[in-house]
Ligand binder design. Structure first.
Ligand code: F6R
Length: 606
């Protein structure tokens, strides 16, 4: 986790660093720090707490200098306190580093460094990097960093500077690092939005890359010192797109961006003339016999919807795994397997490692990914971008609906190509897909949002919540429960509706709100029976129903109406209602929606 920035150029570094870190706080926010070369010496300021604490300190004690590095931390080794905050310096203060990732062999390295007389101040794994570089340094910082990185095992995005050199040395393995190329100035960051106010020319560094930055140039090489050429990518995202744009939180803004995100995910891929789906893939749809979908968290639930859609429409056996389990369960993978990884960030380490595991056994690989140039996109055979745009809110919203949209496109494409989806059904689904951005827009109308807010406020002080759904909407229930848990901290469980009688029914009493996804479905009658089972035991039913419903709503305590659509595309519309329910519950409880406790946006540690 953690966010890192670096700057060298004519500007005052503090402004650039604080600005960049404010865009990266979603990656971690339990402490922050910067180091600035003030002319022959490096000064460090760091504090536990969010970036605003550091900002406050810098207002009273300014730092002048035009070269600096900065860090916002999500603690792995060592408590979130001032000492463990980055940057970390050598004993003489000459060399300063920031690090994102985990040094797996840090204990052995630390012990041998201590035996050689090094004094450690922090409990972090990262501090070993500073001491190793110090030992390896004999006038050439780049060479010292290279020597150090050959000794470490693990994940790192690292940025280093030395008081006596007007240069920054950085490197990455696993943890992301992007370089911004300016005119007479250079930048580094963990993610693009930190750099957008300054430059749109970016170089996405690859695993094993090391870069040396000066004001007007940069040099990229591997750890052996061999020069490398990396493409400069022009980023055309609007800087506004990475800001809150008038909404109180990034999460709310991103909920409202869903019609646009879905338009990007779906509409460019639907060919009106032929009624076909066109995906920018090299994948041969007939070249595999089974599909393995691998992801974490919200992306995993998008995978479960994908399983349902692909099996229904393309009749290919699909299994879905959480990535952290997949790696260690000796999965049955062969060259006739298509492994699909789903990820917003493209950096989640569990998913990345699971992808590598699948590749080891010869699987073909496809990434369903949001972040362009991310690690996964470089390791898969093919990428189906979801095109949701930058997602900053820690709780995933627009990326989820766009992932489901992309899985729908994939299922339709496979079904058509493999001859399992007849033209009439295919055309009906394509028509429904084309309608989705409009239906989601409609879901976000003032009246509907106000009604969901009222329901959320009514139950905001509940201790627990239960979510139920069936078929393609059973993952919707899981995703609804996850959203509520992560941003409101209310305990929530989700079950496939038919499973309720096998245990969770014992939880039901008059204090338990039960959200039932009861939109139009072939199995709606069975879901209504489940609603009645809840009511009979005093539970409070919040039914999500399709516009015009008269059946399920009759049995519910509270009703949330959503635009009617075909069952197979309804998870997208239904998810939006559950996102809003979670959002307004958290708001009613005064939670920090964009930065829920203990969470970080991109989980790059195991
Ligand atoms: C929940 C959430 C997480 C992520 C998960 C995977 O709202 O955001 O559960 O979905 O950490 O992240 P990505 O999609 O970046 O691989």
């Amino acid at each position: 986790m953690c966010g890192i920035v670096g700057y060298i150029g004519p500007r005052q570094a503090v402004g650039v660093l604080l600005d960049g870190l404010s865009k990266l706080e979603y990656r971690g926010y339990d402490s922050a720090g910067i180091a600035v070369n003030t002319g022959g010496a490096i000064e460090v300021r760091k504090n536990a707490g969010m970036l605003k604490v550091l900002k406050g300190e810098l207002e009273t004690q300014a730092l002048n200098g035009t070269l600096g590095i900065g860090h916002t931390r999500w603690a792995t080794h060592g408590k979130p306190n001032d000492v463990n905050a980055h940057p970390h310096a050598t004993e003489d203060g000459q060399i300063v580093i920031i690090h994102n990732g985990i040094i797996e062999n840090y204990l052995a390295l630390k012990e041998s460094l201590q035996a050689r007389g090094h004094k450690f101040l922090s409990e972090t794994d990262s501090e070993v990097l500073a001491h190793l570089i110090e030992e390896a340094y004999s006038g050439d910082l780049e060479a010292a960093v290279r020597t150090t990185l050959r000794q470490v095992r693990g994940a790192y995005g690292i940025v280093v500077t030395h008081a006596a050199h007007r240069e920054i040395v950085a490197a990455r393995t696993v943890s992301p690092l992007v370089m911004g190329v300016g005119v007479g100035e250079m930048f580094l960051a963990s993610d693009v939005p930190a750099l957008l106010p300054y430059t749109r020319e970016m170089v996405f560094l690859h695993d094993g890359d090391l870069v040396v930055l000066h004001e007007g140039d940069y040099f990229i090489s591997d750890l052996e010192g061999n020069a490398l050429t990396r493409e400069v990518t022009h980023i055309d995202w609007d800087a506004e797109a990475a800001e809150k744009g008038g909404f109180e939180t990034f999460m709310l803004k991103e909920i409202y961006e869903q019609p646009q995100a879905l338009t990007n995910t779906l509409l460019g891929r639907l060919v009106d003339e032929t009624g076909e789906v066109e995906l920018e893939l090299n994948l041969d749809p007939g070249s595999f016999k089974r599909i393995s979908i691998i992801a974490c968290g919200t992306a995993f639930y998008a995978g479960l919807v994908g399983e349902y859609l692909i099996e229904q429409l393309a009749r290919i056996p699909v299994e879905v795994d959480v990535a952290s389990e997949y790696r260690y369960r000796q999965p049955l993978v062969s060259p006739d397997t298509l492994a699909i990884v789903i990820s917003q960030s493209g950096e989640t380490i569990d998913t990345l490692e699971a992808l590598r595991e699948a590749k080891k056994y010869g699987a073909k690989t496809l990434g369903v990914i949001n972040a362009k140039g991310s690690s996964m996109t470089r390791e898969v055979d093919d990428t189906l971008y979801i095109h949701a745009g930058p997602e900053i809110g820690v709780a995933s919203t627009k990326a989820y609906t766009s992932m489901v949209g992309a899985m729908l496109m994939l299922a339709l494409w496979l079904g058509r190509a493999r001859g399992t989806l007849d033209a009439a059904r295919g055309t009906a689904l394509l028509k429904a897909a084309r309608e989705l951005p409009r239906l989601v827009e409609e879901s976000l109308s003032e009246a509907r949002v106000a009604q969901i807010k009222a329901v959320a406020e009514k139950y905001a002080h509940s201790r627990d919540y239960l979510f139920l759904g069936r078929g393609v909407n059973s993952p919707t229930a899981f995703e609804g429960a996850l959203k509520l848990k992560e941003i409101s901290y209310i305990h929530a469980e989700a079950y496939a509706a038919g499973e309720m009688k096998h245990g969770p029914i014992a939880l039901i009493d008059e204090t338990l709100p039960v959200v039932v996804v009861a939109t139009d479905s072939e199995l709606l009658e069975k879901t209504i029976s489940n609603i009645q089972e809840v009511r009979a035991r005093g539970g409070k039913v919040i039914a999500i129903v399709s516009d015009g419903d008269t059946d399920a709503s009759r049995h519910a305590d509270d009703v949330i109406r959503v635009p009617r659509t075909l069952e197979l595309v309804s998870p997208i519309v239904n998810a939006v209602a559950l996102q809003l329910l979670a959002y307004f519950t958290a708001e009613a409880l005064g939670r920090d929606v964009d930065k829920p406790r203990n969470l970080a946006k991109s989980v790059t540690v195991e």
